[in-house]
Write a protein that binds this ligand. Sequence first.
Ligand code: KIV
Length: 260
Amino acid sequence: MLTLDSLNGMRKEGVPIAALTCYDSSFAVLLEEAGVDILLVGDSLGMVMQGRNTTLSVSMEDMIYHTRCVSRSSGRAFIMADMPFGSYQENSEKAFANAARLLSAGAHMVKLEGPLYETVEFASKRGVPVCAHIGLTPQSVHRLGGYRVQGKSEEDARRLLGEATALEQAGASMLLMEAIPGELAAEITESLSIPTIGIGAGSACSGQVLVLYDMLGIYPGKQAKFVKNYMEGASSIRDAVSRYVEEVRKGVFPGPQHTF
Ligand code: KIV
């Protein structure tokens, strides 16, 4: 079974980590068999499974249900679960209590968005492995004014670098970076000693993640520049996922055409 230590070992050895979102039991089995290292029970389920325009309405009950579905059928993969909007921003005690519910449901780590240093410190000191999510943070879509690339100006880039460093110091065990320039993600990855997972953050991260339904080409919404449809030319879903894992491992995905 993969652990935080083994994932950090992959980072040190320069073996790219392959992650995908996963929301149910059948896909948990298939993704594991295809070699996916991290199954992210993402709150993107609000969009790809529930048909909402944003992730904002996803509840703790939704996350617990899908985390149980995934963890029940998984053996090797490391399971990360998103903390939904409203479940952790208010105060650290509430964040810890909700994180504990996700760990009880089978998650090995929780992910939360933004530079919430105190919350990360509070939860990690109490035994909760935390992945911090920076850059384009979808739960802040209305504040950000849309799903836009972040960290493009020098000022924003320095702010994100500062956030990443402070989140690691606060106790984050992993960092997910979404939709930021590849050069900035490379600089952040270089300056940290925890794994970084990128989505639209270039090839220099310690690993990559995509939304499963995007890389299978079945999400009806608009596709971001950083998405590749692995069903094109694949003989089956299993084949598509295996090719994703292989391309991540070889550093072929993401290419320049997927990078800001
Ligand atoms: O919920 C999600 O799908 C995410 C993405 C960044 C992969 O958090």
